[in-house]
Write a protein that binds this ligand. Sequence first.
Ligand code: NAP
Length: 264
Amino acid sequence: MQSVALITGASRGIGRGIALELAKLGWNVVINYAGNRPAAETTASDCLAAARAAQHAIRAEPFQADIAEAPQRTRLLDFTREVFGRLDLLVNNAGVAPQVRADLLEASEESFDRLMRINVKGPYFLTQKAARWMIAQAAQTPPGQPRPKIVTITSISAYTASVNRGDYCMAKAALAMLTPLFAARLAEYGIQVFEIRPGIIATDMTGPVKDKYDQLIAGGLTPITRWGQPEDIGKAVAAIAQGLFPFSTGEVINVDGGFHLRRL
Ligand code: NAP
């Protein structure tokens, strides 16, 4: 049976990088996006090409759904069920930065609510719904066969104070609790749950602050002195997808060039 991954926010950036790495492994992928259909279609055709180059025949299906909206989360899972009939990996990747980077003393409640809805509530309830399906699927899985898995993409902002985007930091700190919660709840079903915590990754999200981060990285902000790339995250997800962490759950995997290291 060919494995199926649902990756939220896979039209661009990190989600796209994850979809491509899974495609190379021969996984079918559902490429969720919010509004950018052309980008999602490009990712889908690039996934097909990447799979073909690795001698795999896969399906890559773009699907629009705003993960902040409950009926759209339901549509997304229904689509995955109708097209593939199974779900082996949910990747909670979709997320947004504040529209304006505003100082902590000025930032608006509207921005806070937007980030909480997309970056926290969306993945939390999508995971709840997916987990119920995964439990049922796990019950039908013969012993020794892989069980479904869940990966959530947070950020170094879960523990790093950026006073010009406090709402983003608050949202990522809250999202970091998703993994211990679902890991503890789902372990009895053999469903493993992981957090991947990216550092500074070259995507549209970081485009507007490229020059600032260029300088910080060159100045030694990260022990590995380069920008992270979407495929760096994709490879970490691929390792989890392949079952290379069989006795771990609830784990945080930093993919940040060593940003999290305290140095003296
Ligand atoms: P990005 O380039 O801005 O891409 C965002 C993706 O999420 C797009 O596919 C977008 O779809 C989708 N999306 C946005 N809102 C959505 C919604 N409400 N429902 C469904 N999909 C939605 O961002 P990125 O840099 O790849 O970031 C991906 C994740 O990594 C985010 O959670 C972000 O917080 C996290 N992260 C990023 C960095 C970084 O340095 N870039 C670092 C740490 C963590 P459309 O194309 O349709 O707009």
